[in-house]
Design a protein around this ligand. Sequence first.
Ligand SMILES: Nc1ncnc2c1ncn2[C@@H]1O[C@H](COP(=O)(O)OP(=O)(O)OP(=O)(O)O)[C@@H](O)[C@H]1O
Length: 711
Amino acid sequence: MNPNLSHLNQKQQVAVLSESKQLLVLAGAGSGKTKTLLQKLLYLIEEKEVSPNHILTITFGKETANEMLDRLLLATDETGAYSKVLTDPSLSKKEKDLERHFFIKKYKWIDNLTLKTFHSFCYQILRNYGVKEFDNKFKIINDNSKKDEFLTTSATESATDVLHKIIIEECANSEYLLDLKRYVLDYLSYDLRKKKNNILNTYEESKKYISLNGTKVRSKSEQYIADWLYRHNIVFKYEKPTNLTGDFDFKPDFFIPEADIYLEHVSEKSYPSKQKEAQYKKTNRVLEKTFEKQAQDTALFNLELDRIVKGRLPSNYHYKVSLSFEEEFKNFNKEIKDFINLAMSVMHKAKVENQSPEKLYTKSQTDQHERVRKFYQLAIPIIEKYQEYCTNKSYMDFDDLISKTISLLKNQKDIKEKFQQQYKYILVDEFQDVNTLQVELLKQLHHSENQLFCVGDDWQSIYGFRGSNVDYIVNFSDYFPEAKTIKLNLNYRSTEHIVNAGNEVIANNKFKIEKEIISSKKSDSKIHIYSGNTEEDNVDFLVDQIQQLQQEKEYKNDDILILYRSSKMYYPYQNRLKKEGIFISRKSIHASKGLEAKAVFVIGMTSGLGGFPDVRMGDRIFQVIKPSNHDLLMEEERRLFYVAITRAKDELFLITEKGNESPFLKEIPNNVRHNINKPLRLLNPEKKLCQSCNHQINEKFLFCPHCGENQ
Ligand SMILES: Nc1ncnc2c1ncn2[C@@H]1O[C@H](COP(=O)(O)OP(=O)(O)OP(=O)(O)O)[C@@H](O)[C@H]1O
């Protein structure tokens, strides 16, 4: 272990040596934030003789925590044995994890460090000290996502299972069930909506409203009548072909057999009903009429419908219908799933923003749209019951881990003091991605006499959609008033063209901290921007360039990285790369944080929906929790682009489609770009076709990489 500060540049050294109680190390990509944080850790232990027990290091992902542990082990293990473990290709990830565990145990000082993710840190606190706040033998409930961090203490049921169960229970109340069904029919059922929007050309197709029992009717008011009858357990026939006198066929709007009543609803669109009325009269039948005007006021309309059937049905006709969830929703499994997913997202977002279901409900009811109000009327009771259920079963989800730890520290001063005394140094990586709960937790843990050391890059904040808020880093001193900031502006990773392109791109964002990042490397080549005429051209180009890098520059698989905004963009490339025997790392940009490679290909640089940027404002339902803003979402997309291009050390390729280029490409300055528009055939005239399979190959190849035939 050697905290040799001469490896650091001057500003990095200042950060390591700083005694500030609240410090933000703010830097551009590749400027050594992680390196500085680790050096700080080593310096504290080695030079300042701080006990590892007094240091808390927090990271975002488990991978990053492991990477930091690896870097500490490598710096400590002078035998070289750990280095061998890490580079041993025969060891699986699981085996390497196990080895890491053994090595940590061997080096006591590393074992005594608290180097954890926010979640695993809170998990540990609640297990050991949370008994007054919650059952400390809690289990983790998650939403079917891949987090396997706490596998051994996970609940056997998922959050979705629980919500589903609760909805079924809630539907024992017929009012709730019918309201949910109305919501599903009105707002979630895609097939019905599709039908509604179609041009209606036949009389039958113009029945575009669907009532609770599945009857298709012609107007919203008729739907209301049908629903009212169904809710009151009254059997009815709609537009049943009828002939009362034997010489005239017609279709009454409604017929209620039990009461022997015919009901016609009259609106401006109704056909004249004189002939029908004559039939009823001739045969002495009871005809009742309702009018469109009455339907405007549901309270009055209810009374009117009640008056119509009163006295003609058994007196208990209005007794609540007993309906079964299974029966009512048997054709709507997908819609119920969508409703549950929406309720889950709302619950998650509300927790991250620290908003109670009660408060959310009140806010939602002032929304001008019925759909939004109705959603919350249905979802809030479910969310409240879900919380009760989880408490009863001692379940906690990932958000609860943090919020319960916060309330533990707030409610129990002795425990809070214990942690404040213990953690004299709190080091936080990737600070740009914190959310409201995480900032609150840090405030609770940080004592004014201790040091809070945060590193991050506001230009790389890309998790706003998951609840993180770039404001915490941009306005750090609003939240930590004693704060000092050190800016690291020397990029060690990328060539000057790439660094300049990054600076120029991010200059288009308004909500940021100004910094001028400088490169430490001269550029050999410009940024390659390829716009093919077809998808095939793009695939050809990517394959060709990878082969050239491998053959001419001897790049290994690890030296090349393919990045995309969304995984769909990779589909056209997938099979071809496999066919060509090219096994290169590929990642979504969100998952590429902290990574670097000699050559980076960013594919799918197109415009429009599903391209890049891909700004989606989300469902209005979420606006109740936190209003979204198009410009801010656009800035987050641009930061995502910045993260993508700054992963490249030497070569950067941006692949787009001619005529459909991403607007971000225009932001790359002309003096650092190399535009390529021609298809590969014209680019590389020295290419030839394989004699056996006709595949286009490099002139120099002795065999075809596609079919293997000698040339
Ligand atoms: N003072 C330095 N001298 C030489 N190389 C350095 C120095 N500081 C950092 N580096 C190198 O620069 C590269 C980037 O460093 P590091 O990963 O710590 O940056 P980062 O700021 O965390 O990056 P990003 O935020 O883009 O993921 C690494 O290869 C690292 O070893």
